[in-house]
Write a protein of this length. Sequence first.
Length: 318
Amino acid sequence: MEIVYHGKWGKARHDYPCAPLEICPQQVHWYGADWYLPAVYACAQGMVFHLFSAVPEEEFRAFYDRWAARAEELDRMEAEQAEAENPLAKPIGYTVRINGREAERYSESGAVWVPGLSENEKAAALLAHYGLVQAHPGRAWRCMRVQLPWATKRRPERLRSLSVTLKPDPVTLPCPASFETAPDCAPFDVNFLLPSCADHTLRVLGCAPDRLAEPIRDEASLWPREFCVLRYTVTPALPGEIQLQPADRSQGDPPRRPGKAKGSVVIGGAAAVCLLQPKEEAERAAASALYFEPPQSVAWRLRLSGTPDVGQADLCLL
């Protein structure tokens, strides 16, 4: 198989083939999956390596059977729940060190290969190239291609050491708590559990209508400007690695074409206000989606995010 630097999976025009490096192929069990790094390629512009993760096929099929039939009907909360349960969609990051120096950036592309469900041709070709399906049957696979420029301006004359560290990226954590507010509503409490089963309380202090001071500048569309601001506190304080953000369950109103009828909208979704300054140190604030008319009520969901405590996987290749 010919590997080039700029092509995602195969050869691109004007690209020169990369040369495989003599490395120690790595295999490790981490983050609920088996991970394989069988090859690294040196190119004029940088480096390319292939990384694979695999879980038992029945584990992925259980996830698929639960969510696939309703994939087009899921609301945002359900979609986040499904993504969190996908054993082949766990977000990870890489730290690559070449001759002890950390690479500053990288890009990644990938695909899933599951017999009878998702048989991506390019992923299948990679798996066949390395003989992984034959060596490890009964697995569902995630195939990743990572490329990065050299840490120095030029390719090192000699590679003395090469390592890749896999680490978890932040994920959205399932939280079924939801509630509804109306403008100028009285304070009330919403109880919710962290994935660790720790009990916390979100205290709604109030909900007030607001309006963007300046319209979103877009000559082609009219954008909504009305929203509600939720003020709240959380007790006890969340652990440092967990973040909470109430979010509007609705996507708000999509933009409209100027001069068109009221119901003529632009496909592409609505906008939301992201940054708000709370009044007190312990007080927090969140904004709803944007609407053309002041919303009479807002249905909120809770979004938790954090970095899983799974450690990291160190792969020493040279």
